[in-house]
Write a protein that binds this ligand. Structure first.
Ligand code: ADP
Length: 386
C-alpha cells in the first residue's frame, strides 16, 4: 500500500503543478502588460527561465508518475491530468472535459461526490474498464478535487510472488533444519560427558536450530495467513489438552534456561477452536515468554471461564514491555529495542497470534508495567465450546 507520506508528496506535487499552471496563465497575461509597461528585458528573461525550469520539472513528474492523477474543478471538469491518467482513460480525456463524460464510471463519480460530502479523503477500491484500482480522492476547500488511481492487479501479482517465495523458502528450510537437529541430538547423547566444551557447543547449536525452526515456521504461517489458506475449522476442544500440548512442545526450551513452566486449568474447560492454529498462537506467546525471561524465571499458563469467554493467559516474570511499545507489539515485523539488539526473531509471532485469535472470534491483549522482573501477561479469549 502506498504510505500516506507518498500520497502527500503526490498531492503536493500536483498542487504545485496546478499552481504553476495557474501561475503560467497569469504570467501569460502579465507578460502582455509587461511588454508594454516594463522596459527591463532582463527581468522578462529571468521569468522565462524560471517558467521553463518549473515546466520541465512538472513534465518530468507527470511522466514519471505511475499512478493516474487528475485534478477536477468543483463541477467535475478535468483541469489537469498526467500521462498515467491518459493511459487509463484514453485520448478522450483532456482538460476541459467533464470526468463523467470521459469515464462513464458511476462508481468513480459516486466516490468523488462522497469525498465532497464528507470533506475528507476517501480511499477505496473500484473497477475501471474491468480492472481493479485503488482510488483516493481529496477535495480542497476551493472545491478542487485530486484523484489518484493505482492499478491493483500488478500489486496483487507482486504480493502473491512474495508470499510464494516466503512459503517456498521456509518450507525448503525445514528438511535441513530437522536433519541438523537430529544429528546434534545424537551427538549430544553420545558426547563424552567429560568434554564440557563440546557439550556446551552442541547445546548452542541446538538453541540456534530451534530459533531457525521457529523463524521458518512463522514465515510459513504468515504466507499461509496472507494467502487465505489458513481457514480456521472451529470445533470444541479441551483447553487442558491444548495447553499441555503446547507446554510439552516448549518444555525443553524452558528447561534449557532452568525456567519453571507451569499449566493451571480446569479439566472440563472447552473452547471452540482449531487446535493446530490456536496451538501455534499460544506457542508463539509461550516461546516469547521463554525468550524474554532470564534464566531461572517463571512462566505460567492459565485459563479461566468468564461470563461469555474462555480467557487464556501466559504470564512471565521477565523483561516486561514498555507502555509505549504495547500498542505496537501486534504489528507485523515490530520488534522491541531489546529484541533487536539481543534476541533472534522475525517480529511476526504476535502478528500471527493476533490474526489467528481474531479469526476465532476472540481478542488478544497485553498487560505489563514495563518494569524488568515484573514481567508481562498476554491474554486471549476464545468462544466457549460447552
Ligand atoms: P519476535 O519475538 O520475533 O521479536 P513477536 O511478534 O513475537 O516478534 O514480538 C514482538 C515484540 O514484542 C518482541 O520483539 C518484544 O519486543 C515484545 N515481546 C513479545 N513478548 C514479550 C514478552 N513476553 N516479554 C517482553 N517482550 C515481549
Amino acid at each position: 500500500m502506498m504510505p500516506s507520506t507518498e500520497f502527500t508528496f503526490i498531492v503536493a506535487s500536483i498542487v504545485i503543478g496546478f499552481l504553476a499552471w495557474r501561475w503560467r496563465a497569469a504570467h501569460a497575461r502579465a507578460q502582455h502588460w509587461q511588454a508594454v509597461a516594463v522596459s527591463g528585458e532582463q527581468r522578462a528573461e529571468d521569468t522565462d527561465l524560471l517558467r521553463d525550469h518549473l515546466e520541465s520539472q512538472i513534465a518530468a513528474l507527470e511522466v514519471a508518475q505511475i499512478d493516474g492523477v487528475l485534478i477536477l474543478n468543483a463541477k467535475g471538469v478535468i483541469l489537469r491530468l498526467n500521462a498515467a491518467a491518459h493511459e487509463i482513460f484514453g485520448p478522450g480525456a483532456i482538460p476541459g472535459q467533464s470526468l463523467m463524460t470521459v469515464t462513464r464510471s458511476a462508481e468513480l463519480d459516486d466516490l468523488i461526490a462522497s469525498a465532497r460530502l464528507r470533506q475528507s479523503e476517501v480511499d477505496t477500491q473500484i473497477n475501471l474498464a474491468g480492472l481493479p484500482y485503488r482510488a483516493r480522492v481529496r477535495v480542497a476547500d476551493t472545491g478542487i478535487a485530486v484523484v489518484v488511481l493505482r492499478e491493483m492487479s500488478e500489486l496483487h501479482r507482486l504480493g502473491r510472488a512474495r508470499r510464494d517465495f516466503i512459503a517456498n523458502i521456509s518450507h525448503e528450510l525445514r528438511t535441513p533444519l530437522t536433519s541438523i537437529r537430529l544429528v546434534v541430538e545424537s551427538l549430544l547423547a553420545s558426547a563424552d560427558p567429560a568434554s564440557e566444551h563440546i557439550h556446551n557447543s552442541l547445546e548452542k547449536v541446538n538453541t540456534e536450530v530451534s530459533a531457525l525452526e521457529q523463524m521458518s515456521q512463522e514465515l510459513l504461517d504468515l504466507a499461509q495467513i496472507e494467502s487465505g489458506q489458513a481457514v480456521a475449522r472451529l470445533v470444541p476442544i479441551q483447553v487442558k489438552t491444548l495447553m499441555a500440548n503446547v507446554a510439552g512442545r516448549l518444555r525443553l526450551q524452558a528447561d534449557r534456561k532452568q525456567q519453571d513452566l507451569t499449566v493451571q486449568v480446569d479439566d472440563d474447560l472447552e473452547a471452540l477452536a482449531d487446535h493446530d492454529q490456536i496451538a501455534r498462537a499460544l506457542g508463539n506467546l509461550v516461546h516469547n515468554a521463554i525468550k524474554f525471561t532470564p534464566d531461572g524465571g517463571r512462566i505460567q499458563l492459565t485459563a479461566n471461564r468468564t461470563n461469555a469467554d474462555i480467557v487464556i493467559a501466559v504470564t512471565d516474570n521477565g523483561a516486561g514491555i514498555a507502555p509505549t511499545d504495547q500498542p505496537r507489539v501486534f504489528e507485523r515485523f515490530f520488534r522491541g529495542d531489546r529484541a533487536r539488539l539481543r534476541q533472534s526473531g522475525t517480529g511476526l509471532g504476535l502478528a500471527i497470534a493476533k490474526h489467528v485469535v481474531e479469526a476465532h472470534g476472540g481478542r488478544i491483549w497485553v498487560e505489563s508495567q514495563g518494569i524488568p522482573g515484573r514481567g508481562t501477561t498476554f491474554f486471549f479469549s476464545l468462544l466457549p465450546g460447552n
